[in-house]
Write a protein that binds this ligand. Structure first.
Ligand SMILES: C[S@@+](CC[C@H](N)C(=O)[O-])C[C@H]1O[C@@H](n2cnc3c(N)ncnc32)[C@H](O)[C@@H]1O
Length: 351
């Protein structure tokens, strides 16, 4: 969050998949409400949220074991002792102010519900970790209502047909955290034990200073401007046809590492997704991605369908062959599929 601080001043932030009791987004914005200069914080809790409401027992709105979706609106965070050090994620304390309120929702708190969309309309920036299974719908809604956002998603979402056009048109980009850096989160002791017994160290979890941290395959998606989008990638390699072979089905050269992008090649280049970390739209243009037939057949000017012998080679070995896979030819002229690629071109008018 700290990399986006400058965007929050005088803004209404909406966390629309967030039970305040379990969401660290709520905590962050409540604790930093005055520091960020927020106008309002709205959080809505989904009916299916697993959190128990026992903490609310003293509040007249809740009864023991009741699981009602609700909304919390914060417009004032009292600085009780003047140093801002009180734990202002203490919801009951926050609700003592008449400028803050908790209300039960009419519906189930689904981010697509009418009332949730009304809160969306009144907000400026949406920040959350939405359910990955609904990511497509989630992001389409944000775009439809022209909202600023900072959300967590699976890296593969870059290739979704709903998301990639936004990437290409510079309407969404990868946030400050490097795509390859771990996204770690605190876990309960019990869940930590489960991770150790059921997942592999390094992929499912990490142990940092003796503490088990959960590890998510996740990146930030945002349309808030960040510095790294304006930094030029320093290119120092020179093009040669041996180190940079062309794909057989795309008139583009293969680049395995972003740092290998040559400084003197003006044509199409197929780069790994990690390129998004170094993407400065003033330096490069993104043209397309592997894995999409629609784009390949309708829009791509540098795609040639693979000849029959390549397809039969794959069929012979029962391998999955998708026409839109990018592939190189090995020394025996046999196709070798290259993992996911984004196609880019250097902008020549950069300076
Ligand atoms: C990955 S969790 C993230 C929770 C919270 N944003 C955080 O980061 O701590 C996704 C949350 O979305 C909620 N959720 C699931 N489906 C939803 C829906 N259709 N509308 C709103 N929230 C939903 C779940 O209850 C869960 O709390």
């Amino acid at each position: 969050m700290r990399h986006y601080k400058q965007h929050f001043k005088d803004k209404t932030v909406f966390c629309n998949c967030d039970d305040p009791f379990e969401s660290n987004f709520f905590k962050y914005f409540a604790i930093n409400f005055n520091h960020l200069g927020l106008k309002k914080l709205i959080c809505t809790c989904y009916a299916g949220s697993p959190v128990s409401y026992t903490e609310f027992n003293d509040l007249p709105l809740f009864h023991k074991d009741e699981k009602l979706p609700y909304k919390i609106e914060i417009t004032e965070v009292p600085d009780l002792n003047g140093d801002g050090a009180t734990d202002l994620s203490d919801i009951e304390l926050l609700l003592k102010s008449s400028n803050n309120n908790l209300t039960i929702l009419d519906g189930d708190g689904d981010f697509r519900s009418e009332e949730s969309v009304e809160f969306l309309k009144e907000s400026d920036i949406v920040v959350t970790n939405p359910p990955f299974s609904l990511f497509r719908e989630y992001i389409m809604q944000l775009v439809k209502y022209d909202k600023k956002f900072l959300i967590i998603g699976n890296p593969n979402a870059l290739h979704y047909k709903e998301v990639f056009p936004l990437v290409k048109e510079n309407k969404i980009w990868v946030g400050h955290k490097s795509m390859s850096a771990d996204m770690l989160f605190n876990v309960s002791e019990e869940f930590g034990k489960w991770l150790v017994n059921n997942k592999r160290q390094g992929s499912g979890y990490r142990i940092i200073d003796g503490e088990i941290k959960g590890r998510a395959q996740a990146i930030w998606f945002t349309n808030l401007d960040i510095e790294k989008r304006h930094e030029n990638l320093i290119l120092y390699k020179h093009y040669n046809p041996i180190d940079y072979p062309k794909f057989d089905n795309f008139d583009a050269i293969n680049i395995n590492k972003v740092t290998d992008i040559p400084c003197d090649y003006d044509g199409f280049m197929g780069v790994p997704d990690s390129f998004m970390d170094s993407y400065n739209p003033a330096q490069f243009e993104i043209l397309g991605r592997s894995g999409d037939t629609e784009w390949v057949f309708n829009e791509c000017t540098f795609f040639t369908p693979p000849p029959d012998e390549r397809i039969s080679f794959y069929k012979k070995y029962n391998r999955t062959w998708r026409l839109q896979n990018v592939y190189l030819l090995d020394e025996n002229k046999l196709p070798v599929i290259v993992y996911s690629r984004l196609f880019i071109k250097r902008r020549t008018n950069e300076n």
